[in-house]
Ligand binder design. Structure first.
Ligand SMILES: Nc1ncnc2c1ncn2[C@@H]1O[C@H](COP(=O)(O)OP(=O)(O)OP(=O)(O)O)[C@@H](O)[C@H]1O
Length: 347
């Protein structure tokens, strides 16, 4: 488990920058945890505090009950074997072959030639590059270079893998294959993965939980499926709407939506489903119970990893009292719901 307690980081120099302003965070073993934020939010600083490449100005970094902020340099060097890291621009050694790059951390800890050979072969197999062992980085595509970066990061059998914008330099197809590899590594080896990104698509694809950071402060944190169906902070709403449209479709806006109920208006409602509730016959249920007509104007179902989530925009027709009763009932169901407004009855 990784626990960050009240981490602050102020960069010195003439103009002091407070990059982190009291970060509290717990990342469970085996989790894929996303940290998302815009440029300059403090993401890289935060992830570099986890392995103490950046020393926090104050606060504690506790990994498996050990406080890294209290360790000497040599203790830290030993501890960092448990924490692999991959980077946006791969950071491979251009004069070394693929196999030699992967072997590098093992050479540093004085592993025997035999051990290194076996380990490199199994890592090459894991990342699907067995046929590229003798190539130099310049002979590889971006995706292949990142695979080498991943293999090198895993060479010391870390328990944690930190990924700093690991797919930001890659095209969407290659990004997908690298994310699949990370997910596979998480499942097969049980490694905890911390993913730093500015792309919500990356979070949606592989993260179990996510925290959004802005100006050195965590604005919101939660399970990815909860965040997608019900973001609270403006920052998270902006990220969610960057990949799923929560705006009212133009066709619905044009119906003449008002905020107040009226005898000649019907209620416009958004229903938000996730997980098993996606299969619940909510609309049929409301129609039967309240003898109202419900018309579906818009629907959208998507998946976060294997978990479905979706939106439905419906119009509840009937007199004002029945509309209100039907909505009160919907509020008791295990789904999200909100009244978006009221539309003229003839729609
Ligand atoms: N070594 C440094 N010295 C001074 N200021 C720094 C240093 N590194 C980062 N900063 C500042 O700290 C703040 C957070 O930077 P950081 O790189 O952590 O953000 P980020 O979210 O990773 O941004 P990006 O996505 O653009 O890399 C920024 O204002 C940045 O200018």
């Amino acid at each position: 488990m990784i626990t960050l307690k009240n981490i602050t980081k102020t960069y010195g120099g003439s103009a002091q920058v407070q990059a982190l302003k009291g970060i509290n965070l717990t990342i469970e073993d085996g989790e894929i945890f996303g940290i998302i934020g815009k440029s300059g939010a403090g993401k890289s600083t935060l992830v570099r505090c986890i392995n103490m490449l950046e020393k926090p100005t104050s606060g504690q970094v506790i990994i498996d009950d050990k406080d890294l902020t209290k360790m000497s340099e040599s203790q830290l060097r030993a501890e960092r074997k448990n924490i692999g890291m991959i980077f946006q621009h791969f950071n491979l050694l251009s004069s070394r072959t693929v196999a030699e790059n992967i072997a590098f951390p093992l050479e540093l800890i004085g592993a025997s030639k035999d051990v290194i050979e076996k380990k490199v072969a199994s890592l090459l197999d894991l990342v699907g590059l067995s046929d590229r062992a003798g190539n130099y980085p310049s002979q590889l595509s971006g995706g292949q270079k990142q695979r080498v970066g991943i293999a090198r990061a895993l060479a010391s059998d870390p328990k944690i893998l930190l990924c700093d914008e690991a797919t930001s330099a890659l095209d969407p197809q290659t990004t997908k294959s690298i994310l699949e590899l990370l997910q596979d590594i998480n499942k097969r080896l049980g490694i905890t993965i911390v993913v730093i990104t500015h792309e919500m698509a990356v979070v949606k694809e592989i993260c179990h939980r996510v925290a959004v950071i802005e100006s050195g402060v965590i604005k919101e944190m939660g399970r990815v499926v909860d965040i997608f169906t019900n973001p609270q902070s403006q920052t998270m709403k902006d990220f969610v709407t960057s990949i799923i449209n929560m705006e009212l479709p133009a066709g619905i806006k044009n119906l003449g939506v008002t905020n107040q109920p009226a005898p000649d208006r019907n209620m416009l409602v958004r229903l938000r489903f996730k997980g098993a509730a996606t299969n619940d016959p909510v609309v049929a249920d409301v129609v039967r119970k309240f003898n109202v007509e419900v018309s579906v104007l818009y629907g959208n179902i998507d998946y976060i990893q294997d978990e479905p989530f979706g939106y439905l925009i419906v119009v509840i027709m009937g007199d004002m009292e029945t509309q209100a009763k039907a909505f009160s009932y919907i509020k008791t169901l295990p789904i999200g719901s909100e009244v978006l407004g009221y539309v003229p009855r003839n729609n």
